[in-house]
Structure formats: structure tokens, C-alpha cells
Write a new protein. Structure first.
Ligand SMILES: NC(=O)c1ccc[n+]([C@@H]2O[C@H](COP(=O)([O-])OP(=O)(O)OC[C@H]3O[C@@H](n4cnc5c(N)ncnc54)[C@H](OP(=O)(O)O)[C@@H]3O)[C@@H](O)[C@H]2O)c1
Length: 298
């Protein structure tokens, strides 16, 4: 059965891929960019959700890592209070709420991949506001909070991994940290997992939605080089001397076992890289617009 789904932040990296995946799955999707729905405008959100009466709301909006450090007030507004509003709207409409979070809720001191039961301890404004957003999302009776990290395969060259691919393909030298560990997430796999959660009967909760396994940025860049066919241009560097205004977790690997135990398996990151490199470029980002009609009142 097609599901009526509202996607907020539909013009973003993840949002635009999600819209494509959900529409491909036969669902009726209202793909709302910031111009169509500013999630920080409470009345607008409540009114829009009440009018469209979606069965599921997906929040792919975010105020970014660096920007949050510079402007904590907006970070709170977008990453936390807007989530509270969306949650309130979902509760009133009896809709499922699917919200995205981040590995930045952890402090990066672990030595094994973080599980959903591990205690968050954010070290940045971004991480703290994302954690608050997670808490607000969880008041909705049917909710999913998906923590993702290091998204790739977006093909606009904006993400770190996609930029590395562009550089390696162009024969440019790539410097990559050998002392930072991540679990990369292929955006197509995240979108497919999101669709399955919305369609299925999984219990509400927080889920780590990344490809299986983990790697240092250096190993990752080497693998990209191998798969692209030019492994020699990757230089290992340390993140230790890095001067950055933002705290970034050193060990940010996430275990995706909880999702896998539900039968939603995100394959190993190496195979995801292969699929991302082989994927054809999309002809265009889906045109955002209100693809769903207001539901008839029952
Ligand atoms: N990318 C990653 O590697 C990564 C890593 C960890 C977690 N995540 C999580 O994944 C989710 C999606 O991230 P992303 O990388 O796709 O982000 P993105 O590309 O920056 O997209 C975010 C979207 O949110 C929109 N937005 C910002 N403020 C808004 C507002 N007030 N009202 C409505 N829309 C607003 C932006 O619109 P404008 O373009 O108009 O600003 C943008 O289209 C977020 O929850 C993020 O925390 C991503």
C-alpha cells in the first residue's frame, strides 16, 4: 500500500536521495525544501502537517557542524526545537516520525563500535543539539531515530568521501587521517533502510544506520584508490595537530547490528563503495513539490 510521506529538508544530500527512493517504492511523497517548509516556523509546520495528513514524516533537515559552533541559537532552533515541533505535529496526526541523527552524539573515546545502548556524550554544539533532537523525536509513539555518519555516494562532490573520489580520479594527491575511525554510510543504503523501516513493523527506537564495518580515513582513501584504479596518491596524515574549532569524535564507528537483527542489513562499507562508484549519475535531483494531496478526513 502506498504510504503518504512528508519529507522535510528534501533539497539536502540525504533528503533528495530519500525522496527518489520513497517515490521509487511507490509512495506518495511531499518533498518539501526549506522554501516550502521552514521547520523552525512552528505554526507553519503544524498547519502543513495537519493539512497534508501524512502517515509518516521524515526529517532530513540539519544545521551543520561548523555553523552550529558559530551560531548555537540557530543550531538549537533547527536541530532540536524544530524536531520537537515536528514530533508534536506527528503526535497530533498519528504519523510515524523518522528523524536522522549523528555519530557526533558520542565523544569518540570508545575502542569498539558504538551501540545504541552506549551513553552519548557530545563534545560540540552540533552534537549536543542533535542529541536533544533525538530526545524530542522519541516522544512520538511510532518513531525511528537513525544515526548516520560520513554519508557518501551523493555525487555532487560535496561530501568528504565523494570529494576524495573526484580528487583520486583527477590524479590529485589525497591526504587522509590514519588516526580517525568511521563507519561510512552509502546514501542509497541509508535511503533503502529508511524506506523499509517506514514500510515495516520494526519497534520504535534509535538505530545506527551505517554500512557494516569501520575504517580509518586513510584505509578508506586507499580502498577508493584501489577500486578507482590509482592507489598510489594517498598520503597518511595525523589529525592530532589539527586546529579546528569543532570537536570531532576520534573513534566514531557505529555498530549496525540492531538494524541487521531486524533483517535490514547494510552491507560492508567496501562493497558499498564499489556500488557507489559504479552507480550512474542521476539525471537530476527530484523536483521538490507537494506530491501528496491532503488526505480525506475520516
Ligand atoms: N552528511 C553527513 O555525512 C552526515 C553525517 C552525520 C549525520 N548526518 C545527518 O543526516 C541528516 C541529513 O544531513 P545532510 O547531509 O543531508 O544535510 P544537508 O545536505 O545539509 O541538507 C540539510 C537540508 O536541511 C535544510 N534546512 C536547513 N534548515 C532548515 C529549516 N529551518 N527548514 C527547512 N529546511 C532546512 C537545508 O536547506 P538549505 O539548503 O536551504 O539550507 C538542506 O536542504 C541530518 O540529520 C544530519 O545530522 C549527516
Amino acid at each position: 500500500m502506498p504510504i503518504r510521506i512528508l519529507v522535510a529538508g528534501a533539497g539536502g544530500q540525504l533528503g533528495s536521495v530519500l525522496v527518489r527512493e520513497l517515490r521509487r517504492g511507490g509512495h506518495e511523497v511531499a518533498a518539501l525544501t526549506r522554501a516550502a517548509l521552514d521547520v523552525t516556523r512552528r505554526e507553519q509546520v503544524l498547519e502543513r502537517v495537519a493539512k497534508l495528513r501524512p502517515q509518516a514524516v521524515v526529517n532530513a533537515t540539519v544545521f551543520g557542524v561548523e555553523e552550529s559552533e558559530d551560531d548555537p541559537k540557530t543550531a538549537l532552533a533547527v536541530n532540536a526545537f524544530a524536531v520537537r515541533t515536528l514530533a508534536e505535529a506527528c503526535e497530533s496526526s498519528d504519523a510515524t516520525f523518522l528523524h536522522f541523527s549523528s555519530d557526533f552524539v558520542f565523544d569518540g573515546t570508545a575502542t569498539a563500535p558504538y551501540r545504541e545502548t552506549d551513553r552519548p556524550n557530545p563534545g560540540s554544539v552540533y552534537g549536543a543539539t542533535k542529541l536533544l533532537g533525538e530526545l524530542y523525536a522519541q516522544v512520538v509513539p511510532r518513531h525511528f531515530v537513525l544515526r548516520v555518519e560520513s554519508l557518501f555516494g551523493i555525487r555532487d562532490g560535496k561530501s568528504t568521501i565523494d570529494r576524495m573520489c573526484v580528487d583520486i580520479r583527477a590524479g590529485r594527491t589525497v591526504s587522509a587521517y590514519y588516526d580517525r575511525t568511521v563507519s561510512p554510510a552509502f546514501v542509497d543504503d541509508v535511503a533503502a533502510a529508511t524506506r523499509r523501516l517506514i514500510e515495516g513493523k520494526a519497534p520504535s527506537g534509535v538505530y545506527h544506520c551505517v554500512n557494516a564495518g569501520f575504517t580509518t580515513w586513510h584505509e578508506l582513501a586507499m580502498e577508493l584508490g584501489r577500486q578507482i584504479g590509482s592507489p598510489s596518491q594517498v598520503v597518511p596524515v595525523s589529525a592530532d595537530g589539527l586546529t579546528s574549532k569543532v570537536f570531532r569524535p576520534k573513534f566514531a564507528a557505529l555498530s549496525n547490528e540492531k538494524l541487521a537483527n531486524l533483517g535490514i542489513e547494510l552491507p560492508a562499507w567496501q562493497s558499498a563503495v564499489g556500488r557507489a562508484l559504479a552507480a550512474p549519475l542521476p539525471s537530476a535531483t527530484p523536483v521538490p513539490g507537494s506530491g501528496i494531496r491532503p488526505a480525506p478526513r475520516s
